[in-house]
Design a protein around this ligand. Sequence first.
Ligand code: GCU
Length: 428
Amino acid sequence: MFHRMCLVAICLGLLAFRSMAAEMLLPDKWGGGWQPDAELVKLTSERRPLFNYRETLVAPFELPRLFRTGEDEKAYGKDDWELRRSELVELLASEMYGRSPATVERQSMQLISIDKQALGGSATAKVVQIRLGVENRELKLELKMFLPNRVLGAVPVFLLINHRGPENLDMTRKVRNGYWPVEEVIERGYGIAGFQVSDIDPDKHDGFRNGVHGLFGREIEGDSWGSLAAWGWGASRAMDYFVADPGIDAAKVAVLGHSRSGKAALWAGARDTRFSIVISNNSGCGGAALSHRRFGETIDRINHAFPHWFCGNFERYNDREHALSFDQHFLIAAIAPRAVYVASASRDLWADPVGEYRSLYYAGEVYQLYGDEGLPVSIPPAAGNPVGSKRMGFHIREGGHGLEIYDWHRYMDFADNLWHEFAEVTRQ
Ligand code: GCU
């Protein structure tokens, strides 16, 4: 009996020591690290028994390596990475998001409206129509924006890809919310823009006939682009406008999306190197979250519920995550060395906050090649503790799935730090 008690005491001591050691390894900014609320895990597991919400039930897996190994394993340099990066983009295009056509035959831009005294004189409001043409077919993308009047010279812009209702991009400002917080962004000296994904491709399975698919009118193959890639391509067309507008600093554009649009924003940023910052807000499965973990939403579920989001080839991985030769850290690494920010929400277990953090953490290996320190530990910080380096940012917002003013302020803090020359001038 005495021996058993001693053994139990030793084991408990060891356990306590292990968790203390883990705590001690976490930097102060981590606030002790994040763990989901136990009650929420229980409730969610009961409500959706087909999906896993318990960290202890994540089966061990081997994460595909970012750098090629084997014969040509060597110390990677930046040049090697540029080559490897193009391989990753190719792999993600052919197996997951689908290939996007490079250009349209005709593209023109027209200023539809301008109000230089918007928001009581503090901003200029513009609506621009981008017309995209192939043969006799045409698509119109409406780009909405507010630019701060107090900034002299070209201004950096945050571009939101919007899959929610058009009232969320309200130019009259009758509808105000944290999703597209025009007033707050203008107040901080940045421009804010947005477009509706349905202008590019409808968010429904229509056999890839409408929107940009119909515009190009190509045969649908296993690697043809899905709607997420199409929306990301739309963000690049908005970027074409920013480059052409002298009032905008096109070298300082952040592309941002929430949830399904966050997936699109990451893919847009991986492909189009003109974006300076790429922001994923609660993008989850098919976005920032590692698929191998099978935590919350799975590939099988996403492909069945949203058959139009990815390319046909991605269905090969339905319930076969172990067969993936890549994972979402490849997507984030393909953005390097440009800046990336990933945000989760504490009650959004469907999107797997730990998996979202880990992709970022593993992609840090590539950022380090460019002299960025990356993230020091694989455990996410406690909610309300934004962490990161100059080029990699992360936070968990307290609360559920959503894009809120708290998130936007963290993105702008991150931009202030990255684009500090700009921030210093506007603050004077
Ligand atoms: C669903 C879907 C998610 C997606 C989300 C959204 O929950 O399963 O993958 O991110 O919708 O876009 O709001």
